[in-house]
Design a protein around this ligand. Structure first.
Ligand code: CAA
Length: 395
């Protein structure tokens, strides 16, 4: 098990930190307040290679490991989670899903544009009546011989307003349940694709979340991903990795709030000394640092397992569950440490608190992660390889 980052990982971490502090921080309050999409910032992220970090160089990606991607996500999320969710969906859902399960033709046609950030992608699974219960897809794709006819509505789609490509999950054989679901590559300028109004959200307000309507969209047969009926598995397997990205986002939000709270507590004086010297605040800092460290180990470990080609499904669910709960708990504490200043926008922590909430909801709510984890426990699949044989659990 690693406890040290290599040169490349350290360089990625430093570059992401510098970019976040220099390029994202100055406008983040205004973008959040006005819900302004970070167009220029996303362009710069693409220029720096952050939009296709793990994609293979042969498709124009960075060819980096998952841990490097996690480090970049963490640093960017310390400052601007609207930018990091745009990056996360493009990297770990769209590029990874396409590269892992797409055909050579699909990859050659679409991946270079996505990995370079020329195109942004979206992952269209959730529906008005199918969020956590993802097998209950109402969107249909009817086999018409040479193409599928796609009809339905998708909700809360990150990158919904700006994406040029959607990975759409739809029901093709309703009688077959989850085995009758397929995934399709849909270009957004095709006839019948309509984008609803941007959602006005509590947090990650600058990211563009939209409802998408598909009406009689003709999807060529060659745009189906995988064998007939693979779509639900495709979504689940892709989300297993996506959850590492969101866990890293939550870790970054918690870390950002902690750094701000620590700095503030050393400068702010009350009752004749910095508030960091009051035990009430010092103990909060101790709890924050400890839990963030624990979350970090879980998030990095899930990335490491993925990079080793080992099973990471339960590890990523655990990492997302824990890191998102830590982010929520400790952004609230960071506001509390800041007192009245924490309640106003200028000090950043109220935004981090609002942003933290979504990490407990998207890419599988905390309740869904508990379902995934508890099923693995009860099926005897919980595998903790890094601790070796003695503590390996086979229930
Ligand atoms: N990894 C791989 N395979 C999985 C899986 C996983 N995590 N979870 C389920 N599967 C497989 C099962 O093994 C099963 O396959 P078999 O029949 O071959 O054995 C099949 O999928 C069906 O699984 P279940 O019987 O367990 O299905 P279920 O309906 O009981 O529960 C669920 C499935 C785990 C609850 C699933 O519906 C789920 O994960 N829901 C949450 C969906 C989600 O995360 N949505 C996020 C939206 S995307 C988003 O937020 C993107 C964004 O824009 C930011």
């Amino acid at each position: 098990m690693f406890f040290e980052l290599n040169e490349e990982q350290l360089a990625v971490q430093a570059a992401a930190r510098e970019f976040a502090q220099k390029e994202l921080k100055p406008g983040v309050i205004e973008r959040d307040a006005k819900g302004l999409y970070p167009k220029e910032e996303v362009r710069k992220m693409a220029e720096l290679g952050f939009m296709g970090m793990m994609a293979s160089p042969e498709y124009g990606g960075g060819g980096m490991d998952t841990l490097s991607y996690v480090l970049a996500m963490e640093e960017i999320s310390k400052v601007d989670s609207s930018c990091s969710v745009i990056m996360s969906v493009n990297n770990s859902l769209v590029c990874w899903g396409l590269e892992t399960y797409g055909t050579e033709e699909q990859k050659a046609k679409y991946l270079p544009r996505l990995a370079s950030g020329e195109w942004i992608g979206a992952f269209c699974l959730s529906e008005p009546e199918a969020g956590s219960d993802a097998t209950s897809q109402r969107t249909t794709a009817v086999d018409m011989g040479d193409h599928y006819l796609l009809n339905g509505t998708k909700n809360w789609i990150t990158n919904g307003g700006t994406s040029k490509l959607h990975l759409v999950i739809a029901q093709t054989h309703p009688e077959a349940g989850h085995r009758g679901i397929n995934a399709f590559i849909v270009e957004t300028d095709w006839d019948g694709v309509a984008i609803g109004a941007k959602e006005d959200k509590l947090g990650i307000r600058a990211s563009d979340t939209h409802t998408i309507m598909y009406t009689d969209v003709k999807v060529p047969k060659e745009n189906r991903i995988g064998d007939d009926g693979f779509g639900f598995k495709f979504a689940m397997k892709t989300l297993n990795g996506g959850r590492i990205g969101i866990a890293a986002q939550a870790l970054g939000i918690a870390g950002g709030a902690y750094e701000l709270a620590l700095e503030y507590s050393k400068q702010r004086e009350a009752f004749g000394k910095p508030i960091s010297k009051h035990q009430a605040i010092a103990f909060k800092l101790a709890d924050m640092a400890t839990e963030i460290e624990a979350a970090k180990l879980m998030v990095y470990r899930s990335a490491w397992l993925k990079d080793q080609g080992m099973d990471y499904d339960t590890a990523s669910a655990m990492a997302k569950l824990y890191a998102s709960e830590v982010a929520m708990r400790h952004t609230v504490e960071a506001v509390q440490i800041h007192g009245g200043y924490g309640y106003v926008k200028e000090y950043h922590v109220e935004r981090l608190m609002r942003d933290a909430k979504i990490t407990q909801i998207y890419e599988g709510t905390s309740e869904i992660q508990r379902i995934v984890i508890s099923r693995a426990i009860l099926q005897g699949q919980l595998y903790l390889p890094v601790f070796g044989g003695a503590l390996e659990q086979k229930v």
